[in-house]
Every structure is written in structure tokens, then in C-alpha cells.
Design a protein. Structure first.
Length: 191
């Protein structure tokens, strides 16, 4: 959920300080040492929000998105203008609720990340046009080091939708560049 450097796998903002047992030890003791059951999380998501909650459906299947096995964007839509997630499924709704993914601090952070990423994307596009490899690397580094990497990934995905011009609003000039195969490749291979 949060490609980049040691950021929480759930919110993508805070530095990961805890190891979360995605499927709690109390529910699945055999998964205690299962590598894919260990996720880097911040203490806000792990200890304050999730705690020991692990909602399941009527058949016992998890209602939280497992970022090791599922694409979060299959369940979540990021509304770029307000920095909040909208659920696309029951898993999306429950994940937003359990981890507090729309808490005001995160929404403001995503709005700021959008401003930084938008500027960096414009610079990346100009640098690609000039063939300036150093400027390309600098723009990519700025994007990759930005907390809340979900913002960039949401922008890449939303640019290919039919309503992209409306969704991007003030950043509609980025739709064309984000649809460019070279640019998309640069922005999706670093995960």
C-alpha cells in the first residue's frame, strides 16, 4: 500500500515503527512467524486504530485489505481534491474505518503530497522532453521520497479514466503526460 522508504503499509504517511501481525496471533497462532503476515506499520495505525480488530465476513474471510496479496486500488478510490479515500467494496469501507485512513491529518497530507507530486510530474515531463537525464532522476527522486506514495499511484491510475479531465481539475494538464507510456513506466516500476 505504501511503496517507498519504511512508511506504514496502511496509511503511507508515518514511518513504520511497529511490525503488525496482519492476521492476529490470537486468531491464527500458526501465522505468528509467517513472513507475509508481518507488515510494517506506524503506531497510530497498528496500536491506536487497528489494535486487535480483524473483521471477517460471514465465511471467516478477512474484511481488511491485505497489501501483500491484493491491490488496494481494487477496493479504494482516492479523491485527489480532498485527500480522502472512498470505498469501492466492503473491504475498502472496513479498511478505511479500521485504520482511520480518512483522519484529517492524513487527508491534509495527501493534499500536500498532490501539490508536490504535481510539480514534480511537470518537471519530469519537461526533463523527458529535453532529454535531461539528471533532471529526470531528480524529479523521480522527489516523487519516490514523498510520503503518501499512494497519491502518485492514484494519479497514474486516474489519468487513464474517461473522466480524468474532471477528476484532475486544476492539474488537468498532467493527464496527457500521465497517459504517456514512457512516463507511466517510470512511475510504476519503482514500487
Amino acid at each position: 500500500m505504501a511503496p517507498g522508504r519504511q512508511y506504514c503499509m496502511y496509511c503511507g504517511d508515518n514511518l513504520g515503527t511497529d511490525i503488525d501481525h496482519f492476521d492476529p496471533m490470537s486468531r491464527s497462532p500458526r501465522r505468528t512467524f509467517d513472513w507475509l503476515n508481518h507488515l510494517l506499520a506506524c503506531s497510530a495505525c497498528n496500536s491506536h486504530h487497528k489494535r486487535d480488530r480483524f473483521p471477517v465476513d460471514s465465511e471467516g474471510n478477512p474484511l481488511l485489505i491485505d497489501p501483500t496479496a491484493e491491490d488496494p486500488f481494487d477496493h479504494l478510490l482516492l479523491a485527489l481534491s480532498v485527500g480522502e479515500y472512498q470505498p469501492l467494496s466492503d473491504k475498502g469501507r472496513v479498511t478505511i474505518e479500521v485504520f482511520g485512513l480518512n483522519r484529517p491529518l492524513l487527508a491534509r497530507g495527501r493534499q500536500q503530497a498532490r501539490r508536490v507530486v504535481s510539480r514534480s510530474l511537470r518537471e519530469l515531463w519537461r526533463a523527458l522532453g529535453r532529454g535531461d537525464e539528471k533532471a529526470v532522476e531528480e524529479a523521480l527522486l522527489c516523487i519516490r521520497e514523498q510520503p503518501l506514495a499512494d497519491v502518485c499511484q492514484a494519479m497514474v491510475r486516474l489519468a487513464s479514466t474517461k473522466r480524468a479531465q474532471i477528476v484532475f481539475g486544476q492539474d488537468e494538464d498532467l493527464v496527457g503526460p500521465l497517459r504517456n507510456p514512457e512516463m507511466r513506466g517510470l512511475l510504476t516500476t519503482w514500487r
